[in-house]
Design a protein around this ligand. Structure first.
Ligand code: GLU
Length: 299
């Protein structure tokens, strides 16, 4: 068994991160397996080396030792580019020049029914740029890979679902050994036939970034040989996207272990709070790693 903890170095670790790291670590160690660390610093505008150092220091203080070298997403651009170029050649990507405001405006037009569906990345993209004449876009050749200067490359999800299911030759899905947000457990069907409507055309490459999260996570989990992805239940729905990408790129699908999120006393997710108490604060007040375990219900 090989698990990983994949923090973004955009701030200090708080209790929610500590819990995620401990769950992934304990799963691996209990099974005599390995626990890896991956620094998700795709967003170079927000990532800081000093946060990475602080995260490593907190993990060591918690007694969580990781195996092998630390992988940094900022070093992985060639692997992402190869995957994007593969999808591009197969006509599974299209350029998108929409801003958030453009998408909101397109979705605010009167609709029948309950309004726009919400996917893991927000409202399902209305496909404004799908089928647009590409001569309207100017492309920047970034190290051999064409990226639209304006904004992004999106995955044609309806097509991708079909191609992915055909590539695997069986129903796509994943084994959930933890719990999704509604208690989902066991075999989870990726529901490829409906992904175009429920998840929509997610962004896989963004200007100024080597790749977007969904692509990087699928490529990196495979590159690191992760057998069990342990992470918060907030990423449960996104797993369907990752399963499709794994099938498209010929990568294995790991087992998933989604876990509960640590909330404050008002029930608000710590990750959503700017003032979430950093682990360093507890440390400076004399807490021990055992106290932290107890605070998150692992003691
Ligand atoms: N980097 C993500 C985060 O800090 C975790 C992604 C994952 O575990 O797949 O929330």
């Amino acid at each position: 068994m090989r698990t990983r903890f994949a923090p973004s170095p955009t701030g200090p670790l708080h209790l929610g991160h500590a819990f995620a790291a401990m769950v992934a670590h304990d799963l691996a160690r209990t099974a005599g397996g390995e626990f890896l660390l991956r620094i998700e610093d795709l967003d170079q505008g927000r990532a800081r080396p000093e946060w990475e150092r602080a995260i490593c220091d907190d993990l060591e203080w918690l007694g969580l030792r990781w195996d092998g070298p630390v992988i940094r997403q900022s070093d992985r651009a060639p692997a992402y580019r190869a995957a994007l170029a593969d999808l591009w050649r197969r006509d599974l990507l299209y350029p998108c020049g929409c801003s958030r405001a453009d998408i909101a405006a397109a979705l605010s037009a009167p609709q029948e029914g309950a309004g726009p569906a919400q996917g893991p990345d927000g409202p399902v993209y209305p496909r404004t740029c799908h089928g647009r004449d590409w001569s309207e876009f100017s492309f920047a050749a970034r190290s051999g890979f064409p990226l639209p200067e304006a904004h992004a490359l999106r995955l044609d999800m309806a097509l991708a679902g079909q191609v992915a299911a055909a590539a695997r030759g069986r129903a796509l899905g994943f084994a959930e050994e933890g719990r999704g947000p509604k208690g989902e457990h066991g075999w989870i069907d990726a529901e490829c036939g409906t992904l175009g409507r429920t998840i929509g055309d997610v962004v896989l490459a963004r200007r100024g970034m080597a790749a977007a999260y969904h692509l990087a996570v699928a490529v990196d989990d495979a590159a690191q040989g992760i057998t069990h992805v342990s992470r918060g239940a907030d990423l449960f729905e996104a797993t369907r996207i990752h399963v499709v990408l794994q099938a498209l790129l010929g990568l294995p699908t790991p087992v998933y272990h989604h876990h509960r999120l640590i909330r404050d006393s008002e029930g608000k997710r710590l990750a959503k709070r700017d003032d979430a108490r950093a682990l360093g604060k507890y440390r400076s007040e004399g807490a021990t790693p055992a106290d932290i375990r107890r605070l998150v219900g692992l003691g």
